[in-house]
Design a protein around this ligand. Structure first.
Ligand SMILES: Cc1cc2nc3c(=O)[nH]c(=O)nc-3n(C[C@H](O)[C@H](O)[C@H](O)COP(=O)(O)OP(=O)(O)OC[C@H]3O[C@@H](n4cnc5c(N)ncnc54)[C@H](O)[C@@H]3O)c2cc1C
Length: 476
């Protein structure tokens, strides 16, 4: 079958108004907030699992690559059609299918926005614990594929700890179910295996999530420091004192000033850094912890404030959750790195990042999940200046190399995608990568599901010609 008829056949499956193939429309799908670009040849918006299955069968038959996409906030190029082909957009599969309040479970479609699930569950006294800072846009399908975390990962864990079952469309179009509503798994934990696989093992079409009880009490504190070093040392001191806050976020001086100018969160403009600390639980326990946290922070902090009401709490969080957007106002482009280090290494890693910024003549801001040691250095650059772009790439790589040298990881929560595939061998031995590749090949034998992601290109040479030489010339 001629490739140009694919878009027409997609329309037969999902309807005329659910396929895009004009270049102007497709350009909206060529990025995901990161620095990479790749243009798909068609975008289809299914509404049912059956439609997804039929699209996957069609693409398998015609050897057309297929890339699932939630909100496109992934930041590592994971949702881009690197080798062309069809993007499967989940914005129309966004319903809550079932709520089981007594057993604290919900079954949702993959395109449901993370924030909307928690909003809908609030009336039952429940919420979905994984809370990426992008939660007002990102989808549960994207969270599953990236094994996303967020400010509250420190206390509640990442997405894999909150997903018990999945309905998945496999590379040949078959629909299978992994896990279910029970927390215990019999046999291989295929749900756990699938979470974090970045759309390379199958396509999630329904997700069973664990819901968490809203805490009885919440307290949010802002500890203000003269230096970033003092804030970093306090992170270590808090955990050494046996305190596990629900969230522990750090913003350095440059970042908090940039945020404050945009968001008016109430951060002091002359500080070297702030820690945003959240405590949750039974009222008495939170009160006790609050006093303990203030005592530890006050050793090095200039001041430790406790939000006096919900409005102030929301304001403090608005600063953190809108930080990336605020930085977008002051630079033509910025590159959000994502690396992990043991939290005891935060002070020296931040010093190393400052050194790299000076060496590469770049501004690098830091706002991150300090409790988990999950860094997000924000490197400011102008994409029109090739030399700056190159220095930005070098700085990003130097930061990740430092993370690895202190026993960390090259990604915490944004995935490998296409951004980090070439540096994956810095983290894994060839034999480790080989095992992963064999699992990949068992589920995705023709590499048509999100091709050339995660694994370095040399390994991807096992992929089919169709995936390496994209389906040129698709049109309507
Ligand atoms: C401002 C900002 C703040 C962020 N903060 C955080 C944070 O605190 N924590 C965090 O973890 N991340 C964060 N991120 C990254 C991102 O939001 C998360 O990785 C999120 O889970 C991606 O969801 P999405 O719906 O946008 O997925 P997309 O970007 O659309 O896709 C991500 C990956 O999932 C795959 N995928 C999507 N849907 C499916 C499906 N149904 N089946 C199989 N694969 C699928 C895609 O192919 C792609 O590989 C942030 C991003 C931004 C822009």
């Amino acid at each position: 079958m001629a490739l140009f008829s694919i878009a027409r056949r997609l329309k037969k499956i999902v309807g005329k108004d659910a396929v895009l193939s004009d270049r102007a429309d497709l350009m909206l799908y060529e990025y995901d907030g990161g620095v990479q670009r790749a243009l798909p040849q068609a975008v289809a918006f299914p509404t049912t699992t059956e439609q997804v299955s039929r699209i996957v069968r069609l693409c398998a038959k015609e050897k057309v690559p297929i890339v699932p996409r939630g909100a496109g906030t992934g930041l590592s190029g994971g949702a881009l059609a690197r080798t062309g082909g069809v993007i499967l957009g989940f914005s129309r599969m966004n319903r809550i299918l079932e709520v089981d309040v007594a057993n604290q479970r919900a079954v949702v479609q993959p395109g449901l926005v993370n924030w909307e699930l928690s909003q809908a569950m609030a009336k039952h006294g429940l919420y979905f614990a994984p809370d990426p800072s992008s939660q007002k846009a990102c989808t549960i399908g994207g969270n599953v594929a990236e094994n996303s975390g967020g400010p509250h990962t420190l206390a509640y864990g990442v997405t894999v700890n909150h997903v018990t079952g999945l309905e998945v469309v496999l590379a040949d179009g078959r629909v299978v179910n992994f896990g279910g509503k029970s927390a215990e798994t019999l046999g291989y934990d295929l749900t756990g295996f699938f979470v974090g696989s970045e759309g390379t093992l199958g396509i999630a079409t329904a997700i069973t999530v664990k819901l968490t009880r809203l805490p009885e009490a919440v307290a949010t504190l802002l500890a203000i420091f003269d230096s970033v070093d003092a804030a970093a040392q306090t992170v270590v001191a808090l955990t050494a004192a046996g305190i596990t806050p629900a969230a522990l976020e750090l913003l350095d001086g440059w970042t908090l000033r940039t945020v404050e100018e945009a968001v008016h969160a109430g951060y002091p403009l002359d500080a070297g850094a702030v820690l945003l600390i959240e405590l949750e639980g039974m009222r008495e326990a939170v009160d006790g912890q609050k006093a303990a946290v203030v005592a530890v922070c006050d050793r090095l902090a200039r001041e430790t404030r406790v939000a006096k009401d919900e409005a102030e709490r929301q304001r403090l969080w608005a600063g953190r959750k809108n930080a990336f957007g605020a930085i977008g106002r002051v630079s033509p482009s910025y590159y959000t790195q994502d690396g992990v280090i043991p939290r005891t290494r935060i002070p020296d890693t931040l010093r190393r990042i400052a050194e790299i910024a000076a060496q590469q003549r770049l501004t690098i801001g830091n706002v991150f999940h300090a409790g988990d040691g999950n860094l997000h250095p924000l490197i400011l650059f102008d994409a029109r200046d090739h030399d700056q772009l190159e220095r930005t790439r070098v700085a990003g790589r130097q930061i990740l190399e430092y993370c690895l040298s202190v026993g960390g990881s090259i990604t915490g929560e944004h995935g490998v995608g296409m951004e980090k595939s070439e540096i994956l061998p810095l983290m894994f031995a060839a034999s480790d990568l080989d095992v992963m590749q064999r699992l990949h090949d068992a589920f995705n034998p023709n590499a048509l599901l999100n091709p050339q992601k995660i694994f370095p290109m040399a390994r991807s040479c096992r992929e089919t010609d169709a995936a390496r030489h994209p389906a040129a010339g698709l049109d309507s």
